[in-house]
Design a protein around this ligand. Structure first.
Ligand code: GLN
Length: 238
C-alpha cells in the first residue's frame, strides 16, 4: 500500500455500471475502518493512482473496444501480470477469463489472467435476467442478493476444456499461469445447494490470487458486503 491513509479503488469507466460501483465504495466509508476513495479510470496514467481496479458489468465487446481505443489493454494486462488486485463483475468476469465461449463471431478480446472458462450469456438473454440468493460463506450466513443480467456461466475451473458454444476466445499466452501455485477458488454458489460445490455452472464467484470475479452485479444492490470483501482483500494482500 502507498503512503496514503486508505485505499484508492479505480473503477474502469468506459462503459457499463461504473457509477454504481463508485457509489457503493463511497458508501463504505461510513462504517469501514479504512478510508476508501474510488475514482473513474479512463486513461492508462490513472492506473498509477490506484491500489486496485474494478471492471464493471456492461458489455464485454464494448469494454474491449473502449480499452483498445483508450490504449488501456496492454497497461491493464501488465497491471494484472504484476499481481495487482482486480475485481470483474459480469462483463468484467468475462474480460478477466482466459477462455470465453459464445462470444462475438470471430472471437473477442479478453484481458485474461483468470484460468477459467466462461460461457458468455450462459444464463440466457436479457429477458432471462433474474435475481436469486447467492450463497457466499465468506460473507456469513445471510445470502447475498444476486442480480444476474445476461450473466456469464462458469463452465470450467480451468481454461482448457472448450466445451461450450462456439466461437471460443482466448486471452494471450502471457496471461496464463500467473499464479501457478494458487488454485482457482470458488467462493459463491446459487441453488441447488446440494451439488453446488461440485457443479461449475452453479459457481457465481471465484478468487484466484489477487483476482476476484462475480458473474452477478453487487453494485446494483444496497448490500455492500462484496465491496467490503474486495477492500479487505486489497488490504490483506498489500
Ligand atoms: N453478456 C454481457 C457481455 O457479454 C455481460 C452482461 C453484463 O455485464 N450484465 O458482456
Amino acid at each position: 500500500m502507498s503512503e496514503r491513509t486508505g485505499v484508492t479503488i479505480g473503477v474502469l469507466a468506459l462503459q457499463g455500471a461504473f457509477h454504481e460501483h463508485i457509489a457503493r465504495f463511497a458508501s463504505l466509508n461510513a462504517s469501514a475502518n479504512v478510508s476508501v476513495r474510488s475514482i473513474a479510470v479512463r486513461r492508462p496514467e490513472q492506473l498509477a493512482q490506484c491500489d486496485a481496479l474494478v471492471i464493471p458489468g456492461g458489455e464485454s465487446t464494448a469494454i474491449a473496444l473502449g480499452l483498445h481505443n483508450a490504449g488501456l489493454t496492454e497497461p491493464l494486462r501488465a497491471w494484472i501480470r504484476e499481481g495487482r488486485p482486480v475485481w470483474g463483475t459480469c462483463a468484467g468476469m468475462i474480460m478477466l477469463a482466459n477462455t470465453a465461449t459464445g462470444g462475438k463471431r470471430g472471437g473477442q478480446e479478453l484481458l485474461g489472467g483468470l484460468p477459467i472458462q466462461v460461457g458468455r450469456n450462459g444464463f440466457g438473454s436479457q429477458v432471462n435476467s433474474f435475481e436469486c440468493d447467492v450463497h457466499c460463506p465468506a460473507l456469513g450466513e445471510t445470502p447475498f442478493p444476486g442480480v444476474f443480467i445476461r450473466a456469464p456461466v462458469v463452465e470450467a475451473l480451468s481454461a482448457a476444456d472448450h466445451k461450450g458454444t462456439l466461437p471460443v476466445s482466448h486471452s494471450p499466452d502471457d496471461m496464463h499461469d500467473l499464479f501457478p501455485h494458487t488454485p482457482v477458488q470458488p467462493i459463491a454458489w446459487i441453488p441447488p445447494a446440494a451439488d453446488a460445490a461440485s457443479d461449475p455452472s452453479r459457481i457465481v464467484a471465484v478468487r484466484h490470487g489477487r483476482l476476484l470475479a462475480t458473474s452477478f452485479h453487487p453494485e446494483l444492490t444496497t448490500d455492500t458486503r462484496l465491496h467490503n470483501y474486495f477492500v479487505q482483500m486489497v488490504l490483506d494482500t498489500a
